[in-house]
Design a protein around this ligand. Structure first.
Ligand code: PEP
Length: 260
């Protein structure tokens, strides 16, 4: 059966680009993408916090059909949390997607499964869509623990969700060893884990949620490998880091369906 899930290609700009550079990249990307691309694929960019307002203004004024994303947020709406940004503030900026639990946040900033879960709820509370990132390290893969690790992060991250919330979620399967390394998972390996993720969503939230939840693959996605990954039945999109900083490369990833 052909999936009815709309592909979602997301660009995670990480801690790159000031607001002038962000606008310039956005404009180049918008010129490179066609109406046919937007009809076929949802596209989202995740600039650093300091760029969000500028990017949102350009998206709005130029009526560009690219969604605005954030890379992270706090789980409280306001308070004495120096340096943090609340989901309420992001929602006010028309942010649509928030990455939660990226492996860099887990490894470098001590994000725990419990913290990730409360952020998933906070993002949903404000009408935005969490992109819940899960993935194993190289050591865990080599120890044969990939499925246990990924499904453990998944069930912790999705704890307490209602079926319809689970159905609307985006999960990003990002093997840590593939992020920023140029070492991409094979389409078959990525598919195997994404199928496990979908199976577990079905077990916990029912078959309708499993059929609707969108699962992205992330980890060294480039124009040259995007089409093969996207051809897998349980891969519904890509979370792209490095290649999203180049408008042509990112556009070619969005246009994976045109690759021969
Ligand atoms: C990421 O930042 O989530 C990522 C997958 O990065 P890269 O595409 O550079 O591997």
């Amino acid at each position: 059966m052909t999936s009815t899930r709309r592909p979602l290609i997301s660009g995670n700009w990480k801690m790159h680009l000031n607001h002038f550079e962000a606008i310039s990249l956005l404009q180049k990307l918008s010129y490179a993408l066609t109406d046919a691309d937007h009809a076929a694929v949802d596209v989202c960019v995740h600039p650093p916090f300091t760029d969000l307002r500028s990017v949102q203004t350009v998206l709005d004024i130029d009526d560009i059909p690219i969604a605005l994303g954030a890379q992270h947020c706090h789980d409280e709406d306001s308070g004495a949390f120096t340096g943090e940004v609340s989901p309420a503030m992001l929602a006010k900026l028309q942010v649509r997607y928030v990455i939660v639990g990226h492996s860099e946040r887990r490894a470098l900033f001590g994000e725990t499964d419990a913290g990730v879960n409360s952020k998933v709820h906070a993002v949903l509370r404000h009408g935005m869509t969490p992109i819940l990132a899960v993935g194993e390290t190289l050591e865990q893969r080599e120890a044969g623990a990939t499925t246990d690790v990924v499904l453990g992060q998944l069930s912790a991250g999705m704890g307490g969700l209602k079926r319809e919330q689970a159905a609307g979620l985006v999960v990003a399967y990002e093997p840590v060893w593939a992020i920023g390394t140029g070492r991409v998972a094979s389409p078959g390996d990525a598919q195997e884990v994404c199928a496990e993720i979908r199976r577990q969503v079905g077990e916990s939230f029912g078959s309708a949620a499993a059929e609707s939840v969108r699962i992205q693959y992330g980890g060294s996605v480039k124009p040259v490998n995007a089409a093969d990954l996207m051809a897998e039945p349980d891969i519904d999109g890509a979370l792209v880091g490095g290649a999203s900083l180049d408008a042509d490369d990112f556009a070619r990833i969005v246009q994976y369906r045109l690759a021969s």
